[in-house]
Design a protein around this ligand. Structure first.
Ligand code: SF4
Length: 243
């Protein structure tokens, strides 16, 4: 799995942002997470090796997985407006890579597109995040109306039981999970099961990515999950008959 974080820093504006991991990580190092800055990887997709056996080849190579893009900020953050055209250009020039871009700012999407976007770049997946029913009702109708070739929904951190069934047309994947970190809000298995059923009825692939740190299991019992176990536990529920 490869990643590309062209810029860093973000501002909270949604219930799902409350315990943002960028804030948690930056806090540990005394860094201000709301301060926007370009990273040293800003031009990574177009960087090439200057010497050695790989001289002339791109540093970022296809690895069979998507390039997870802008995970320490939001690609559609206002502060990035003047820099985004250059990022789009890098994406355009690397059709051999597939860029996976999550966002909570889908309302800004239409104003942030490159001139040749058309009905979407073939090498870009936009993933709209909706963490509760209010955000789903607000963002998803807009999301499915936008010109995007590949679109996914991320329900993470899942904060309550949700009905996203009216918004699954044209969605290629739904990913759900609980919240991580010491202040994590609980996620219920029943919410995950409900979401999985909605996706199954709409024939949309569903992935239960992680339980989160505080997970209410099928018996209604709170499980405090060590971080390293979350994906294993989620996988266990997937492999079993529960989800
Ligand atoms: S949009 Fe994402 S990166 Fe930005 S504050 Fe919210 S959770 Fe953090």
């Amino acid at each position: 799995m490869s990643s590309w974080n062209p810029w860093h820093g973000c501002r909270k504006f949604s219930p799902g942002c409350l315990n943002c991991y960028v804030y948690r990580m930056d806090g540990k190092f005394g860094r201000d997470p709301s301060r926007f800055s370009l990273t040293s990887a800003f031009r990574l997709p177009l960087e090439k090796f200057r010497g050695g056996k790989k001289k002339g080849s791109y540093k970022l190579q296809p690895d069979g997985d998507a390039v997870y893009t802008c995970f320490s900020s939001d690609f559609f953050l206002e502060d990035a407006d003047q820099h985004r055209p250059e990022a789009w250009n890098a994406i355009r020039l690397r059709p051999d890579l597939h860029f996976f871009i999550p966002t909570k700012r889908i309302h800004r999407f239409a104003d942030c597109l490159p001139p040749d976007w058309g009905d979407g770049y073939a090498n870009v997946t936009i993933a709209c995040t909706a963490e509760n029913q209010a955000m789903a009702d607000k963002r998803l109708p807009l999301f499915i109306s936008l010109p995007i070739r590949h679109r996914e929904i991320i329900v993470e951190p899942m904060l309550e039981k949700m009905d996203i069934s009216p918004h699954l047309s044209g969605i290629s994947h739904v990913i759900a999970g609980g919240e991580s970190g010491p202040e994590a809000r609980p996620c219920h298995l029943q919410w995950i099961i409900s979401l999985q059923r909605q996706c199954k009825a709409a024939n949309v692939p569903f992935r239960f990515k992680q339980t989160g740190a505080r997970f209410i299991n099928e018996k209604g019992i709170l499980v405090n999950v060590a971080r390293r176990c979350q994906q294993c536990l989620a996988a266990g529920y997937r492999l079993g008959s529960s989800v």
